[in-house]
Design a protein around this ligand. Sequence first.
Ligand code: PLP
Length: 298
Amino acid sequence: MSETVLALLNQPSLDVPPHEHGAPAFSLVDPSAPHLTVLDLAATRGDGIFESFSVSGGKPHAVDAHLRRFAASAKKLDLPAPDLEAWRAAVFAVAAALDPMPEGVVKAVMTRGVEGDPEARPTGWAYAWQSPDYSAARELGIGVVTLDRGYRADVEQTSPWLLSGAKTLSYAINRAVLREAARRGADDVIFVSSDGFILEGPTSTVLFRRGNSLLTPGVGLGILEGTTQGDIFGWAQKRGMETGFEMLTPAQLEQTDAIWLVSSGRQAAPIREFDGRTHPIDRELSAQINAFLLARTE
Ligand code: PLP
């Protein structure tokens, strides 16, 4: 048991040779020791994919959905297909080896490998650590600003080479927008397409309630299919709520009864301020959603 745990994958994809013949699928190594070379394409080009799993009670959440999205991202980037069984085992192993802690995170990363490797073997690792304390965001809510992403909502269909909808390692823009939000006095961002539709947060899915319906903008809009949103929809349906997809403008979103940004890690953060204007938060539903998300055992 330790505070941080690292597994290195020996053969991240069965389509290419292992790093070491005959070695196990992954091994737990010292997280504080160096493991990457400066020629890794993650470091030099941000070329690779990742997934972040939330963990409670030593168990990672929504593993099937995350691994499905990992494989879909690999396909979009023309990376070798990840060996999902090896990745699954590594993710479970690092989560289980964490010290007992209220909440943890596992980040699984697969890069295009080391520049010049004739066998083009991806580099892969799964790293687990303690999650920050998100209780204030979950209970008191967050302020968001809408920012133009500069792509139309149909970018995924018109320009697949832009990799919209893939979870790539190129997150410099997703970080830059948070600094822009801070300059505007907000905590987070909702991206809007150049043709005026609500998309997603830089690390989260937009969820909103209208009456008894829980809705999200949808898939195929150049945004990620959220694993947290997927689990919330399943839970909401069981308790009699309607769920569905709806494309809408910022003005229409502001008219809804409650809005959340949902993601692995922070879970459901209700929005209390939208582009500088106060928005009502649904404390009871927020608490129920977060209790459900944190109690997941798979
Ligand atoms: N959209 C983006 C751009 C993200 O980076 C993330 C998560 O990191 C999400 C949505 C939410 O996905 P999930 O609920 O699977 O964490």
